[in-house]
Design a protein around this ligand. Structure first.
Ligand code: ADP
Ligand code: 5GP
Length: 199
C-alpha cells in the first residue's frame, strides 16, 4: 500500500531542501506536484515544480471538486493538491511526499488517516528563518513580510503533527528525516552517488 508523507513548515524552514534530499535517497518516493496561481520562479518548471494555473482555471477546478485540499496560502495566491495527481502517483505504486502548508497537511491526514505521516519542519528561531528566506533571494521585501507574518500562525499548528523536525544543522536534519521515512515505509534508502558533486 502506498504511504503519504506530508512535510509542512513556515516558508524558509527548509522543507524543500529536505524533501529533495529524501527523494534522492529513496527512489521509491515520488513527489506530489501541487497546482498554484503564483508566478513561476526563474528556476521552476511547469509540471515539475508546480502546475501553474490562472486564477480562473484554479477556481474552475475548485468548483468541479478536483482538489483533495486547497488553500489561499497568501492573499490572492492559491495552492492545492489535485485528486488526479494522487491517482497518477498511486498508479505508479510509489510512496508520495508532499510539500504543502500546515492546514493542507492536516487535511491530507484527515482524508487518508491511516496512510499518512505528517512532519512539521521548524527553523531553530525566527531570526534564522528570516535570514534563510532573505538569503534565498526569491521574494520581494513585501512578500518576505507576508511570509514572516504567516509563520507565527502556522507554528501554532505544530503540535497537531505526528512529528516535529527541527532543521538546525542540515546534515542532522537529513539523517533524522531519513530515519523517519525508513521507519514509516518500512524500507531502507538506496543512496546514490554524487548528490553533492564537487563544484
Ligand atoms: P522552504 O521550502 O521551507 O521554504 P527551503 O528549503 O527553500 O525552505 O530553504 C530556505 C533557504 O534556507 C534555502 O536557501 C536553503 O538552502 C536554506 N537552508 C535550508 N536548510 C538550512 C540549514 N539547515 N542551514 C542553513 N541553510 C538552510
Ligand atoms: P512556495 O510559493 O514557497 O512554493 O509555497 C508557499 C507555501 O504554499 C508553502 O508553505 C508550500 O508548502 C505551500 N503549498 C504548496 N503546495 C501546496 C498545496 O498543494 N496545498 C497547500 N495547502 N499548500 C501548498
Amino acid at each position: 500500500m502506498s504511504k503519504l508523507i506530508v512535510f509542512a513548515a513556515p516558508s524558509g524552514a527548509g522543507k524543500t531542501t529536505i524533501v529533495k534530499h529524501l527523494m534522492h535517497q529513496f527512489p521509491q518516493l515520488t513527489f506530489s506536484i501541487s497546482a498554484t496561481t503564483r508566478q513561476p520562479r526563474p528556476d521552476e518548471q511547469e509540471g515539475k515544480d508546480y502546475y501553474f494555473l490562472s486564477p480562473a482555471a484554479f477556481q474552475e477546478k475548485i468548483k468541479n471538486e478536483e482538489f483533495v485540499e486547497w488553500e489561499e496560502v497568501y492573499a490572492g495566491q492559491y495552492y492545492g493538491t489535485l485528486r488526479n495527481e494522487i491517482a497518477r502517483l498511486w498508479a505508479q505504486k510509489c510512496h508520495i511526499t508532499f510539500d504543502i502548508d500546515v492546514k493542507g497537511a492536516l487535511n491530507i491526514k484527515k482524508a487518508f488517516p491511516k496512510e499518512t505521516l505528517t512532519v512539521f519542519v521548524k527553523a531553530p528561531s525566527l531570526e534564522v528563518l528570516y535570514e534563510r528566506l532573505r538569503a534565498r533571494n526569491t521574494e520581494s521585501e513585501e512578500q518576505l513580510q507576508k511570509r514572516m507574518n504567516r509563520m507565527l500562525e502556522e507554528s501554532s499548528y505544530a503540535s497537531q503533527f505526528d512529528y516535529i523536525l527541527v532543521n538546525d544543522d542540515l546534515l542532522e536534519a537529513f539523517a533524522e528525516a531519513e530515519t523517519l521515512v525508513r521507519n514509516f515505509i518500512g524500507e531502507a534508502p538506496r543512496p546514490q552517488e554524487n548528490e553533492y558533486p564537487e563544484q
